[in-house]
Design a protein around this ligand. Structure first.
Ligand code: GDP
Ligand code: MG
Length: 442
């Protein structure tokens, strides 16, 4: 999205207030991005309409382009919709022991895995005694699967009794939880490949027996347009209290989150991030919002950049980069800029896919102290050397290292990084208008 949008930004030039045209042009692209993220058609349309109404006529902030401002409005609105009142994320109603939690969803959506993950979380974080019961009487391995997970995380599972119907197992679980003094009991239901009446009847029966405090709909985050049907169906027939979005460790952009939130009005409580038992997180609307728009937290980056980068300096640099010029003075400005913007971690954490890299960089000892040392190295160079780093042969290197109290190896690292950045700048310069850097410094 960012690339496509930045193209649009360049065309938007209005002064004063956001015109309807500005907003429409930018939002056309936003709509496409939403659909690409698998947000359902109707939801995408409604969302865009709501934002159009909100954005049109807003005063243009001096320091940003109209396009950037529209994106920020979109981003904020997306977070607002995803968050709802925000009170519910990560919280489960589990007072009045034993509190029943009913897990529902299609087959393979991750119900069993999520049941165990949640049980583990309740056990470890809230010191709750949890009992898990599998009501999946269709696949012989399903009950065993939950029992194995239970052993693994140290949570009890209801003993398996052959030949019982789901409703009977639910009764037995309720009894066992009451007698056994459990705080919570979780009912892991069977799913189907598609919604059908038998499944719904069965889940309704179980619901009526357990009277759950929470009914969590587990949905595969990679589900596309179908997410809305699944959510509507379960909400209408069973009634849900919240959603868990699984497989968000994959490539999916998570548009299902917006669709389901918009259609059911129910909070997304947790996000599944892998097969392991600890791969469950509370739902963070701002993360999903960035992901849905396909731009990480570029909006935040834009904001921060505005605050710190002086436009004049940046523009001058941009002109140089476009010409393929990137010397040590430029490098120093970049390094200083990075420090100002919260260091490596701060910057990378805000860019899509870079969070992990920031962690690695930190492990490798590349922290903000390195930035400071690199700046010191550049300061020890002569004016000529800074303008033309190719001059730096062995004797000069020794002098510079000594002058800044550092090793030559460290200087070599800086030079390597400079070459890489120079290459990158050249490429970005060539990309020209669409370049993110230009966006960030506008
Ligand atoms: P159920 O049929 O709804 O009970 O689904 P399962 O819990 O058995 O999960 C189906 C498959 O999806 C299993 O192989 C799980 O390990 C996997 N799975 C569940 N949640 C996640 C997740 O958040 N990320 C990934 N990558 N895999 C998951
Ligand atoms: Mg299952």
């Amino acid at each position: 999205l960012s690339e496509r949008l930045s193209g649009v930004f360049d065309k938007l030039t209005s002064q004063g207030a956001l015109s309807e045209d500005d907003v429409k042009t930018a939002l056309r692209e936003v709509r496409v991005a939403l659909l690409e993220a698998d947000v359902s058609l109707g939801v995408a349309r409604d969302f865009v309409k709501a934002v159009t109404d909100k954005a049109t006529g807003q005063a243009v902030t001096k320091s940003v382009t109209p396009g950037q401002q529209v994106v920020k409005i979109v981003h904020d609105e997306l977070i607002a919709v995803l968050a709802g009142d925000g009170a519910d994320a990560g919280a489960l109603k589990i007072d009045n022991a034993p509190a029943p939690i009913l897990m529902v969803g299609l087959q393979g959506s991750g119900k069993t895995t999520t049941t165990a993950k949640l049980a583990r979380r309740l056990k470890e974080r809230e010191k709750k005694r949890v009992l898990m019961a599998s009501l999946d009487v269709y696949r012989p391995a399903a009950m065993q699967q939950l029992a194995v997970l239970g052993t693994q995380i140290g949570v009890d599972t209801l003993p398996i009794v052959a030949g019982q119907k789901p409703a009977e197992i639910a009764k037995r679980a309720k009894q066992a939880a009451t007698m056994g003094g459990y705080d919570v009991y979780m009912l892991d239901t069977a799913g189907r490949l598609h919604i059908d009446d038998v499944l719904m009847d069965e889940v309704q029966q179980v619901r009526d027996i357990a009277n759950p405090r929470e009914t969590l709909l587990v949905v595969d985050g990679l589900t596309g347009q179908d997410a809305v049907n699944v959510a509507t169906e379960f909400e209408d027939k069973v009634g849900i209290s919240g959603v868990v979005l699984t497989r968000m460790d994959g490539d999916g952009r998570g548009g299902a989150a917006l669709s389901m939130r918009a259609v059911t009005g129910k909070p997304i409580k947790f996000v599944g991030l892998g097969e392991k038992m600890d791969a469950l997180e509370e739902f963070h609307p701002e993360r999903i919002a960035g992901r849905i728009l396909g731009m990480g937290d570029i909006v935040a980056l834009v904001e921060k950049a505005q605050e710190t980068i002086e436009a004049e300096q940046a523009e001058r640099m941009m002109r140089r980069f476009t010409k393929g010029q990137f010397n040590m003075n430029d490098m120093r400005l970049q390094l200083e800029q990075m420090l100002k913007m919260g260091g490596m971690e701060g910057i990378m954490g805000m860019m899509p896919g870079m969070g992990k890299m920031a962690g690695q960089a930190k492990e490798a000892g590349f922290d903000d102290k390195v930035l400071t040392r690199q700046i010191a190295l550049i300061q020890s160079m002569t004016k000529k050397e800074r303008a033309n780093p190719a001059l730096l042969q062995a004797s000069r290197k020794k002098r510079i290292a000594a002058g800044s109290g550092l090793e030559v190896s460290e200087l070599n690292k800086l030079l390597k990084m400079h070459r890489q950045m120079a290459d990158m700048m050249k490429k970005m310069g060539k990309m020209g208008k669409g370049g993110m850097l230009k966006q960030a410094v506008k």
